[in-house]
Design a binder for this molecule. Structure first.
Ligand code: ADP
Ligand code: ZN
Length: 525
């Protein structure tokens, strides 16, 4: 054991009060203490912070931590100060006096760690300030924000490539919890981390049980999950929209659950209050948009539930990774339905940016759908997405109750034929609901109005029910055998549809699970 190594261990014990390093922490810390650059990929809760905090304490000078989590800087710095670490931060929430005080501490060498928002580094005055002090290292937290391919790109991060040019001798450590091979390459390229050592921890979180269910009555399904499996537990419920957050939180409160809303539309004081109750009290359920969660370190989050389809597997994995940091059994539960696919396609079609951007979003959605519709182990799929091969886990829904598959070729052909027939009525745009009604032979007002009961496909699909048909549609969409277009969610054929219609391709589908037996009124599938 060399001298720096025991310094690191001593620091771990004295300052942080832990006995031993976890996983690759020690190797990473030694590498950075020795002046090397590093790119660290570790799942949420893996212990990334110590990987730069300890080198910053061991090396002479101040460690500069770049983080987009402005709202958390105060908490992070307070927590470090409570341990006796001299930490400070500079961001837009401070008044000039506070800022000047931190700057003076930095220049006097009275800080071990200085947290900075990335936009600070675009200000020349900040760069000149850094020039005048002694810097021990740069830590770039949430480094995936530099990658356009990733799901959380922040333009301010692009400026961080200049750190290397301006301070070539200062070691840099970039850290993230979400990176596929493509994102990892982009991070290394954009931050000019050419000679950096890559530390890639296992992304597996074996204590988290992954479950993805068809969405029919999302709020009730959620309530059942909370009552039967997570009574009194702390958890996070993610919704896509602010309205979804408000409605769901109100519903849970009415149902006697200690739930709080969190989204960017609430004022800062309310958000801070809700966040702090979630962190400090037991058993709070936070209903939130994805504005909530990055950097939140609460060990006993027992479940993360998604009521809407996440936009990417990376985002999903990061969000679900907030469950079970303490290693105890936890649940990642996602309810998703056909409407999610339609809605997300709409968002992508209407999104700003160029075609390449839209193609990236579409690829993210496709990977997410493939995960939802897989008949294999969810974890195998997730880890494969992050480039880590593994075997069936025994702790996900598909492992625990293997889905029954059936030959859905004929059903797929029926559905696609109906899409083809309707496509001929060029002026009219129809979604999945109308097509299913036609296949089931339902004479609804809309069916009669458009003479759809005269189509040859009318009534040819009565062997399945509405829920099964919706399952067929979801799976065809997930496999690219069908596509959604435009503002009304019009279904259209793809090139691959022809192979199914021409019987050149078999379609194996997963059977919809039995619908939960319940009496509730407003059933929607
Ligand atoms: P990440 O940033 O990777 O999500 P953190 O750095 O916040 O993870 O660490 C997650 C939790 O694990 C924290 O509560 C942290 O104090 C704890 N932790 C990290 N390293 C160790 C260790 N070597 N021994 C014990 N606890 C640790
Ligand atoms: Zn599994």
């Amino acid at each position: 054991m060399d001298i720096t190594d025991s310094d690191a261990l001593r620091c771990l014990r004295r300052v942080f009060g832990y006995d031993a390093f976890r996983g690759e922490q020690q190797e990473i810390i030694e590498h950075v203490v020795g002046g090397g650059d590093a790119l660290v990929l570790m799942p949420t809760g893996g212990g990334k912070s110590l990987c730069y905090q300890i080198p910053a304490l061991v090396r002479p000078g101040v460690g500069i931590v770049v983080s987009p989590l402005i709202a958390l800087m105060q908490d992070q710095v307070d927590a470090l100060r409570a341990l006796g670490v001299r930490a400070g931060f500079l961001n837009s929430t401070q008044d000039p006096d506070e800022r000047r005080m931190v700057e003076a501490e930095f220049l006097a060498g009275e800080l071990d760690l200085l947290y900075l928002a990335p936009e600070r580094l675009r200000v020349e005055a900040t760069l000149r300030l850094l020039d005048r002090g002694k810097i021990s290292l740069f830590a770039i937290d949430e480094a995936h924000c530099v990658a356009q391919w990733g799901h959380d790109f922040r333009p301010d991060y692009l400026a961080l490539s200049m750190l290397h040019e301006r301070w070539p001798d200062v070691p840099r450590i970039a850290l993230t919890a979400t990176a596929t091979e493509a994102t990892r390459k982009e991070i290394a390229a954009r931050l000019q981390l050419d000679g950096a050592r890559h530390f890639v921890a296992s992304f597996d979180r074996p204590n988290i049980q992954y479950r993805i269910v068809p969405k029919n009555e999302p709020k009730r399904q959620l309530l059942e999950l909370l009552r039967t499996e997570h009574a009194g537990d702390a958890g996070v419920v993610y919704c896509l929209s602010r309205k979804g957050v408000e409605d769901t939180a109100a519903f849970l409160v009415q149902s006697g659950i200690d739930a709080l809303p969190y989204h960017a539309g609430l004022d800062a004081a309310t958000r801070a209050a809700h966040q702090s109750r979630f962190l400090r009290e037991d058993g709070i359920v936070m209903v939130a948009t994805i504005a909530f969660g990055m950097g939140i370190d609460k060990p006993d989050v027992r479940f993360v539930a998604h009521l809407d389809l996440p936009k990417s597997v990376e985002g999903y994995y990061q969000e679900t990774g907030r469950a079970g940091r303490d290693g105890q059994p936890s649940t990642a539960w996602l309810a998703y339905g056909l409407q999610d696919v339609v809605q997300q396609r709409k968002l992508i079609d209407g999104s700003e940016g160029d075609d390449a951007h839209r193609r990236r979003l579409a690829a993210h959605l496709e990977a997410m759908l493939a995960l939802c519709e897989t008949v294999e182990c969810r974890r195998v799929q997730l880890l494969a997405y992050f480039g880590q091969p593994s075997g069936p886990c025994g702790n996900c829904d598909t492992c625990l109750t293997p889905p029954v598959t059936w030959d859905g070729t004929v059903a797929a052909q029926k559905f696609l034929s109906a899409v083809l027939r309707l496509a001929r009525e060029r002026r009219q745009k129809f979604g999945a609901g109308q097509i299913i009604d036609i296949l089931l032979g339902k004479k609804t007002a809309k069916v009669i109005q458009h003479d759809h009961d005269a189509l040859t496909v009318f009534g040819i699909g009565t062997e399945l029910g509405t829920a099964e048909w919706r399952g067929v549609v979801r799976q065809l969409l997930a496999r690219g055998l069908l596509a959604v277009e435009g503002e009304y969610g019009t279904l259209v054929l793809t090139e691959a549809s022809g192979d199914v219609l021409g019987s050149r391709r078999q379609v194996l589908l997963r059977r919809e699970p039995e619908k939960p037996v319940r009496s509730a009124g407003a059933a929607r599938s």
